[in-house]
Design a protein. Sequence first.
Length: 445
Amino acid sequence: MKEKKVGALGPKVWTSILLFGLIGQIAWVVENMYFSRFMQNEITRAPYATTLMVVFSAIFATLSTLIGGALCDRAGKRKLFICWGYVIWGFTIMMFALVPMKPSADKVLPMVILVVVMDCVMSVIGSISNDASFNAWITDISNTANRARVDTVLAVMPLVALAVVFGGFDSLTNESATTGDWKKFFLILGIIPTIGGLLGLFIMKDKEGIVPNKNNTFWSDFTYSLQPKIIKENKMLYVCLAGNMVSAIAYQVYVNYLFNIVEGTLKIKNYIIPVGIIMVVAAIGSVIISALMDKFGKKHFYYPTIIAGIVGCIVIWCAKFFIDKNETTEIAILIIGGILVIGVSLVMAGLFTASYRDYIPKGKEGLFQGCRMVMYVLVPMIIGPVVAQIIITSANKGVSDSDIVYPMELFLGAAIIMLFAFIPAKIVRDNQPNQHEKLLNELQQ
């Protein structure tokens, strides 16, 4: 009964977790999926434009998370950075409604540069308020008795956000829509984080007892989590992030091609219901498993989760043998494998992130958000797509660009990468229970 008490979070805390977790992911869905679609449909389809957006956005997001983590720790505040950050974040999205569309040939490059710069500004504000400050706040208010549940709920938010944006507003971005619809899309999706930030001023509270930490210079704080000495002193923290990184790399191998694989490679045209089933079951299943993690301990879930992810990738790969032969079997295989693959990506995020938070030293919550971005976002977004490109190129030798088919072997590549997750999992599994027990004892004193 005592562990249940220390793991309990109040309704206002859960409201803040769900509010800022969901709205933040809605904003990131717009940035990750719709800014590139906007570039391709309304500015230019030339691939260099989208590539510039992805690369510069990832770089600026990582740098600004390092800055934001240092700032919120030095200020001893999270709420102001989060709430006012979300307010400004919304305005940066709304500004896209002012971008001139369908430019003439001589104005394409200036428009590409403008959109890339605006995307970087949006990423900077979002990373400071969400990736740095909100994640530091999550570390503050959670503890070892509830972190698996909290982090898995947050890992489900991208799926919920995708459902909200895709289901509610995607029609505004169709090629048949007028340019005014794109303007409406950006205005509506920008208003959401702005209103959320204003609501947060009345709902959210910083954890009591946080004090400003200005013992070091700003540059020292900025580079803190990347310093060799700090890595050596907190090696278990980085091992946890390494587990998360491997899972994220595997995910990045196939996720960018997922819908094209379903519709183009597997030739399943009516995929909305199967994909809906995968998303709903994976989300619900991951939340249930996260509750079991908190109840029985994370130690028992590392190996089964990795194995389930590998099996899921192999199951989906098997669908290739039924292309043009039995669509019903294809769909069944897709649903079973998809639930495992997507569910595992959610559970892995919650599992390793919760363990990583357990090792963050008190008073350094913000400083350790930058290394999370480097290992969970920047590195996977470079390595994963490179691996995917090698697999795709190998499977399409001698094929023209217009005839390229995204191969099912992408899932085998992801499965092979997932095998490497056993290394950090073994280390964390052997050490984490002692840390968990230590933190529980501190909470109960």
